[in-house]
Ligand binder design. Structure first.
Ligand code: GLN
Length: 242
């Protein structure tokens, strides 16, 4: 079995350890004897997104978002084909924003999103920037669990119909929002850097399972020892009083 990951704009969209998510996916595959191929693609490079099981894009400052958005937009048809083919998407912060309608940045410049989802993002003033550790509650099917991360965004994302999580501490989609991110059966878009996956192994495995589904159907993943990861998350939940 093999997991094929496409890591978009690895050299530009990478804040607060986002690249650590890739490391975790690789390690959790390796420990289970699942091969993991990671392809990095940046501006102007040719790739067929539907050849991959997981499309990953990290966050970026307004500047990086301005640099990449046209290149991303040029891939829209191919991204839609990948979605149709069952590819999964993990999108962090600036990456998440660009799958919506648009991002109005700190300088009031409008950066076009792919427009695949209805949500849109507008930057707020400096006093309302969402910065700090964040704890959320995620419900997937019958299971509910807590996850932690770190957020730092001026963008306030509105009109999210299906959020990723409920905010326990921190901000999420908007300053003091009750909800965080966007999720559907194939996509997780979230403001949580941290990076997200090291302290939230349940999420890492969810992403692996959903991604493998494209080519292998329902896969039961071997249990791993997550004692250290769980302790790290507990420390943060305690610090946040959750
Ligand atoms: N530049 C965007 C914002 O400030 C995204 C930042 C990020 O990816 N952390 O909202």
């Amino acid at each position: 079995m093999k997991l094929k990951i496409l890591w978009m704009y690895h050299d530009l969209m990478d804040l607060y350890g986002d690249k650590g998510n890739i490391q975790v996916l690789k390690t959790r595959c390796f420990e289970r004897g699942i091969e993991c191929e990671v392809k990095t693609v940046s501006l102007g490079e040719v790739v067929d997104c539907k050849d991959y099981d997981l499309f990953f894009m990290g966050g970026g400052a307004d500047l990086e978002q301005t640099i990449i958005y046209e290149d991303l937009y040029a891939r829209k048809e191919n991204i839609l084909e990948a979605m149709d083919s069952g590819t999964n998407f993990l999108l962090i912060c600036g990456g998440y924003q660009l799958f919506g309608q648009y991002y109005l940045d700190q300088d009031h410049q409008k950066i076009d999103g792919l427009g695949i989802y209805d949500y849109y993002t507008e930057s707020t003033d400096r006093d309302h920037r969402c910065i700090g550790n964040i704890a959320v509650e995620v419900t997937i099917g019958q299971e509910t669990f807590k996850a932690v991360g770190f957020e730092n965004h001026g963008g306030q994302t509105k009109n999210v119909r299906t959020p990723f999580a409920r905010v326990l501490k921190g901000h999420g989609n908007e300053y003091k929002s009750p909800y965080e991110g966007f999720m559907n059966e194939q996509v997780i878009g979230t403001y949580m850097h941290g990076p997200l996956l090291p302290k939230n192994p349940k999420l890492a495995d969810l992403v692996i399972r959903r991604s493998l589904h494209k080519r292998y159907g329902d896969v039961v993943l071997q249990e791993l020892d997550d004692t250290l990861e769980d302790k790290a998350r507990e420390v943060m939940l305690k610090r946040l009083g959750v």
